[in-house]
Design a protein around this ligand. Structure first.
Ligand code: MCA
Ligand code: AMP
Length: 504
């Protein structure tokens, strides 16, 4: 194959009259029409001066155009860099300049705000979606393409992940990394051309883009493509779907709605959950209410999917199932990397065709996260039970997962520590009924003490909304051990019931 991603996922759409996307308003886009858009966008990327290997960065709403841009980037051999729409211009600037993107695409309404940044970085700026300048350029291009020659080892995408310390890192994902995972999941989860996926996840992260969309493309299936997770829209359109993928917050929100019943989901084939731990309690409530056992799986940006509960056989609540075919997974001593006996807890380490190529222009960071024998250290602590199911029991990394989004406390603490009235801070995740974990800042004030409203105002300039604390706790000092290290576990224990029974 001259371009495996394009040929496997996108070429089969060409000229196919079958429906591919159903939008929130019921409008349908056929596979053929979607492929026409991919072709036009691919010509437009080239006309904008991008060549195979160049990066295109996109921070835009979830539209068919955004998904078509992904297909166009693959067809043209251009590395796709999707960015969370919640990122502030400050956050955006780092990603765009670090990867050396040649073109930044944003929503039409954001062009004015981002023009100075694009000018400063010397990068072309266009708008994408209805009324967008990129779309207008595309209209003049043909609907046939010759894809750029690419091998399976060539880069397909860069996805930035934050780190416990230091700068965010761009995970380099090759065509084979993505394709191998899509092929495995289609087979394991039995996707066929008869499936209709209710797609309410964002498409700037692995879950919505590489798990959900790639699986549907590979299976030749279709999607109900919603701009975001909205309970009314989900209930309106659910009867047209056969499957849904979501983060645990989707399932707790659906459970909180009286419309959820055996009847409303009677025709569904499969519910998949991932990105954050699904409480066993949620799994059980869902089974009781709907008769469906949610299939929980586990993955990472750097690796795509790693484990899954079985399609046939017991889906065990509180576990993430078995390693995927082709994935080697071991539990190792975090310090030495020695494999631990079954039943003991250690670092989850993995190897396989899905594991990324390394961090963009950070060879030392890449080396730090791999063992000498090629296993990647996930930073998750796990145990394999006597029936082979992987249990995630904690994290070696200081990370909060709020509603499926990762928040690195260090980044929030560094921002807070610079604010007037704050002597120091500790940012922790506390159990939250809607988001699973919520970001909370424990602050030690200087003399007058911080003004929470002022802090939130300043934070909104610097950090995406989902990273901003949902609550502040003021303490005269932070608990520390004899070495002077802040005892976050103690803070989490003291305040574990902070959000108990509070509404979202
Ligand atoms: C929105 N807000 C949040 C979050 N989302 N705050 C904390 N955590 C969040 N996840 C803010 C909003 O800005 C708003 O702030 C307030 O919280 C409530 O907004 P609401 O309308 O309720 O939020 P929403 O728009 O309904 O979003 C909640 C959501 C969404 C549907 C759970 O966050 C979501 O789609 N999450 C999925 C993330 C995901 O796809 N992760 C996969 C990563 P205010 O009102 O104050 O302005 S990939 C991954 O993790 C790996 C690879 C894997 O295994 O999949
Ligand atoms: P990301 O950096 O967004 O790729 O997030 C990856 C992290 O999400 C993993 O390292 C895990 O800590 C977490 N994660 C993903 N799926 C699950 C799951 N099913 N259960 C628990 N944690 C999960």
């Amino acid at each position: 194959m001259t371009n495996p991603m394009y040929e496997t996922l996108f070429a089969p759409l060409a000229d196919a009259p079958r429906p591919f996307l159903t939008l929130a308003d019921g409008r349908k886009i056929s596979a053929a029409a979607f492929h026409d858009l991919i072709a036009r966008f691919s010509h437009t990327l080239r006309a904008c001066g991008l060549e195979p290997g160049d990066r295109v960065a996109v921070q835009a709403s979830k539209t068919p155009q955004m998904l078509a841009l992904y297909g166009a980037a693959m067809a043209s051999g251009i590395v796709f860099l999707p960015l969370n729409t919640a990122y502030t211009p400050d956050e955006l600037e780092y990603f765009v300049s670090d990867c050396g993107a040649r073109l930044l695409l944003v929503d039409p309404g954001r062009v004015d705000a981002l023009a100075p940044l694009a000018k400063r970085l010397g990068i072309a700026l266009q708008s994408l979606g209805p009324g967008g300048s990129f779309d207008a350029l595309a209209a003049g291009h043909p609907t046939r393409i010759t894809p750029a020659a690419r091998s399976g080892d060539d880069l397909a995408a860069l996805l930035y992940t934050s780190g416990t310390t230091g700068r965010s890192k761009g995970a380099m994902l090759s065509q084979n990394n993505l394709l191998s995972n899509a092929e495995t999941l289609v087979e394991l989860w039995r996707f066929t051309e008869k499936d209709v996926l209710l797609h309410a996840l964002p498409i700037f992260h692995t879950h919505g883009l590489f798990v959900a969309s790639n699986v549907i493309l590979r299976a030749g299936a279709q999607m109900i493509f919603l701009p975001k997770f909205d309970l009314d829209q989900v209930f309106d359109l659910l009867d047209q779907a056969t499957t849904m993928m979501g983060v645990p917050t989707f399932y707790t929100r659906l459970l909180g709605d009286p419309r959820l019943s055996r009847e409303t989901v009677g025709h569904m084939r499969l519910f998949v959950s991932g990105s954050a731990p699904l409480l066993a309690e949620t799994h059980l409530q869902w089974s009781e209410r709907t008769g469906h056992a949610i299939l929980e799986r586990y993955g990472m940006t750097e690796t795509n999917m790693l484990t899954s509960n079985p399609y046939d056989g017991a889906r065990r609540p509180g576990t993430v199932g078995f390693p995927l075919p082709g994935v080697d997974l071991r539990i190792a001593d975090p310090a030495s990397g020695t494999e631990m006996p079954q039943g003991e807890t250690g670092m989850i380490e993995v190897k396989g065709p899905n594991v990324f190529q390394g961090y963009w222009q950070m060879p030392e960071k890449t080396a730090e996260e791999f063992r000498d024998d090629g296993y990647f250290m996930t930073g998750d602590l796990g145990m394999i039970d006597d029936q082979g199911y992987v249990n995630i029991v904690g994290r070696a990394k200081d990370l909060i997962i709020s509603g499926g989004y990762n928040v690195y406390p260090k980044e929030v603490e560094l921002t807070l520590d610079d604010m007037p009235g704050v002597l120091e801070s500790a940012v922790i995740g506390l159990p939250h009924p809607d988001f699973g974990e919520a970001v909370v800042a424990v602050l030690v004030p200087t003399g007058e003490g911080p003004d929470e409203r002022q802090i939130l105002g300043e934070l909104s300039e610097k950090l995406a909304r989902y990273k901003q604390p949902k609550a502040f706790i003021i303490l005269p000092e932070l608990p520390r051990n004899t070495m002077g290290k802040v005892q976050k576990a103690e803070l989490r224990k003291t305040y574990k019931a902070y959000f108990k029974d509070t509404a979202a």
